[in-house]
Design a protein around this ligand. Structure first.
Ligand SMILES: *Cc1c(COP(=O)(O)O)cnc(C)c1O
Length: 382
């Protein structure tokens, strides 16, 4: 037991099963997206590679370097860096880099020349969401510049990537629009003399729904962790269980208030249990007044405002024992709340719940536990 009293169990078997399902679905063309500490799941790179992922994608270069430090030799792509980022370190670590602008291309090209290590880059096209990637107006110029760098040697465009704004709604007309922008970007690159071997567009939602073709690589993040933004399948397995333990218990009289502001007031005589986990550990304070836990096989409400380090559970007529385990969320098989329920209680998405969990709860990787949910034969339904 971690000194904090809380533990975050990572079900590696579930992540491996999800990865294998996407590998089957895509014919082995999965780039496992392990940004933000693998969506809060920690060290699972080796598991996803063993289960069929062909490469790894991360946002920033330090995330890629951490994978190399952990001994991961698979291809790694980093797509979100400022033009002042340590591209030299990325090149020395054999990390591929996405290029959203001429400034990035110049900085990467310069680092590659100085080191004498050729850079492998993926040109990133903005397809409509006006976020990351090169705007359509500047795309042809970026391709021309990239071709000039290729001709000088020391840099090679190996990929073209785009990202969809509305893939979780497969019928949204924007999916077709953005696919056409992507195809046009690929043609423009070809006309400028670039010959990238991989084009990649689809992430979890588009891969599950088939909203757009996957092209050569599917960048799968959420789905590896049992999160389906499109809500089109029920066969993915959630991969986290968060448990804590009771610090102390008390019986209180009707009219007793709980926590800051005394937002909750007991209506009847009841038992309260204190858990040593709060918003400082990543529990969303927004879920105050709605969230539940599972203890002794029953759902019990968390009452009062969440504090930084603690929450209070109302257990009614039942008095828990100090040190007794309580489940905050899990795959849902035993009736415990799921990450999806926590997201609804907090008016956010599952991604935010899993990525905000702090380091105070020890991450415990279980590689051989029984899979939390029976997998249907063919993997995710499409
Ligand atoms: C996070 C991210 C992904 C993965 O998306 P999921 O919906 O989690 O599969 C893919 N591509 C880019 C550019 C991303 O930032």
């Amino acid at each position: 037991m971690h000194p904090s009293g809380s533990e975050l169990i990572v079900h590696d078997a579930a992540i491996r099963a999800n990865t294998a399902a996407f590998a089957r679905l895509t014919g082995g063309r999965v780039m496992a997206v392990l940004k933000a500490d693998a969506f809060g799941h920690g060290a699972i790179a080796r598991s996803v590679l063993d289960a069929g992922a062909a490469s790894i994608g991360v946002a920033a270069i330090p995330e890629a370097l951490a994978l190399r430090d952990a001994g991961i030799a698979a291809p790694v792509l980093s797509w979100l860096n400022t033009p002042e980022a340590d591209f030299a370190a990325a090149l020395r670590a054999d990390v591929e880099l996405a290029v959203p602008s001429a400034e990035h291309l110049l900085a990467i090209g310069r680092a590659a020349r100085e080191l004498g290590i050729p850079a492998r880059v993926h040109l990133h096209a903005d397809l409509g969401m006006s976020r990351d990637g090169c705007p359509p107006r500047e795309w042809a110029a970026l391709c021309r510049l990239a071709r000039e760098f290729e001709a000088l040697g020391g840099l090679r465009v190996v990929g073209i990537m785009g990202h969809l704004s509305c893939a979780d709604e497969p019928a949204h007309p924007q999916n077709t629009r953005e696919r056409l922008v992507f195809e046009s970007a690929v043609r423009t690159a070809g006309r400028r003399g670039l010959t990238p071997r991989t084009r990649h567009l689809a992430a979890t939602a588009a891969t599950l729904t088939g909203a757009v073709p996957g092209f050569d690589v599917h960048r799968i993040g959420a789905g590896l962790f049992g999160i389906d933004p499109s809500r089109s399948t029920s066969s993915l397995r959630p991969a986290l269980t968060l448990r804590s333990r009771v610090v102390s218990v008390r019986e209180v009289a009707p009219g007793t208030g709980v926590g800051y502001g005394l937002d909750f007031v007991a209506e009847r005589r009841t038992h309260l249990a204190l858990l040593p986990i709060g918003y400082g550990d990543g529990l969303p304070r927004e879920a105050s007044g709605r969230a539940e836990v599972l203890v002794r096989g029953r759902r019990r409400p968390i009452v009062g405002r969440f504090s930084m380090d603690m929450i209070v559970v109302d257990t009614g007529d039942e008095a828990l024992s100090p040190a007794e385990p309580v489940t905050l969320f899990g795959p849902g098989d035993a009736g415990e709340p799921t990450v999806a329920e926590w997201a609804a209680w907090s008016r956010t998405i599952e991604h935010e719940i899993v990525t905000r969990l702090g380091s105070r709860a020890a991450r415990i990787h279980r590689s051989h536990d029984t899979a939390p949910r029976a997998q249907t034969a063919g993997g995710p339904r499409t």
